[in-house]
Design a protein around this ligand. Structure first.
Ligand code: NAP
Ligand code: ZN
Length: 362
């Protein structure tokens, strides 16, 4: 199972909207087939592993990180392929909560006499591999993560000049990996105007589809000479309100940028509508890399599911440097937004990241 999990991880960023899955065929004490799914490769992990094992798969055991599928998608059901190959036992890390599978894969196997087991202790790592997929299947919305680089005193920008970086190169390389595993990334126009950021996946790794770059820009202030506009290649979505000038919209559309209108409160865009729009296009995950205002809107509005804060050993101080979440803030300590399931990751010497989940229904 450890090998199957290792293989599945090779598919990260390369399978969405499908889950990352790894499979291993074992005969006696030997691995005779290995496979992992990628969107471009189409074939599922089990089928690839069975193909490598060939006739020797008969009577073998298959370890797989997710319940084998039972439905016809771009490929036939893996449960059928396992049965046809004559395997005697399937050990899975977890059931697939997808309604088109959910126990049906196991049932198909059992019905033909294949032994089915769930490997104890494997569900945790298997779930971690497919966090966005599992979240999307269960909620119908993308997993929204607010990511930021912070000084130890929680600041994300200095009042005058933001040349240079808050975190180290190691931390920023780590962020590229996180971007690689995200389907979409979102920022506010404030950040684009200040930083002229690119917001691309520069991990150099293959993706199942381009990282969609989303900008919340109520009045379409996005400069045509910004890096985002100049680098747009069908991967930029700008969200505005109906108050935006039609000519601005046309100018962006002429540069291959998709513009949608989502009217929200106080003349700003409706973030929940944006998230629903992304869900409709089966984007499983959204990473927010924005400034104070949008970060707060995400947290205050109950849109964010989790935070990923990278802390640098620095203090900016001052009342004018921007906090990670600005806006109105909560007025009483007892109304603070609560987080749980907190993990501290060591990033580099003197740097750490905090990953935590927003408690919903507060
Ligand atoms: N350290 C880090 O990790 C990090 C990351 C990103 C940015 N930053 C820093 O953050 C600073 C920018 O912060 P910021 O707060 O000005 O910018 P921001 O949060 O990126 O963007 C704010 C703008 O987004 C627009 N917006 C559209 N719809 C919105 C909605 N529903 N809710 C909230 N805002 C909406 C608003 O302008 P309109 O009403 O005109 O649309 C708003 O002024 C920069 O200095 C940048 O360097 C730091
Ligand atoms: Zn399958």
């Amino acid at each position: 199972m450890a090998e199957a999990l290792r293989l599945a991880a090779l598919g990260r960023g390369r399978t969405s909207p499908n889950p990352a899955v790894g499979a291993v065929v074992v005969s006696g004490d030997r691995i005779i087939g290995r496979g992992f799914h990628t969107w471009q490769g189409i074939a599922h992990a089990e089928v690839l592993a069975l193909a490598e094992a060939g006739a020797a798969a008969r009577g073998a055991t298959v370890y797989v990180t997710l319940e084998p599928c039972a439905h016809q998608g771009r490929t036939g059901p893996c449960a059928d392929a396992l049965i046809a190959a004559g395997v005697s036992r399937v050990v899975a890390a977890m059931e697939d909560p997808n309604p088109v599978v959910r126990g049906k894969g196991f049932a198909l196997l059992r019905a033909t006499g294949v032994r089915v087991e769930i490997e104890e202790g494997a569900a945790g790592p298997a779930e971690a591999l497919n966090e966005p997929y599992l979240h999307f299947i269960q909620t119908g919305t993308p997993l929204v993560t607010v990511k930021a680089a912070l000084t130890l005193d929680g600041k994300i920008a200095a009042p005058q000049d933001n040349d240079g970086w808050i975190t180290s190169e190691v931390a920023r390389a780590n962020v590229q990996q996180v971007r690689h595993c995200s389907d979409a990334i979102l920022t506010g126009i404030g950040t684009v105007l200040e930083d002229d950021c690119l917001l691309t996946d520069r991990s150099g790794l293959e993706r199942s589809r381009p990282l969609l770059r989303v900008v919340l820009d109520s009045l379409l202030r996005l400069p045509l000479r910004s890096k985002i506009v100049e680098s747009a290649a069908g991967d930029v979505l700008v969200v505005c309100t109906s108050a935006a000038a039609p000519a601005r919209r046309t100018a962006l559309e002429e540069r291959g940028i998709e513009v949608i209108v989502a009217d929200g409160q106080q003349g700003r865009t409706d973030i929940a509508a944006v998230v629903r729009h992304l869900a409709g296009r089966r984007y499983l995950s959204l990473m927010v890399e924005a400034g104070s205002i949008v970060n707060w809107a995400m947290l205050d509005g109950g849109i964010a599911d989790k935070v990923l804060f990278y802390y640098a050993p620095k203090i900016l101080g001052g009342l004018k440097s921007l906090p990670v979440a600005g806006g109105a803030g909560r007025q009483r300590r007892i109304d603070a937004i609560l987080l749980n399931r907190l993990t501290v990751h060591s990033v580099s010497t003197n740097e750490f990241a905090v990953e935590a989940y927003v408690v919903k229904g507060q």
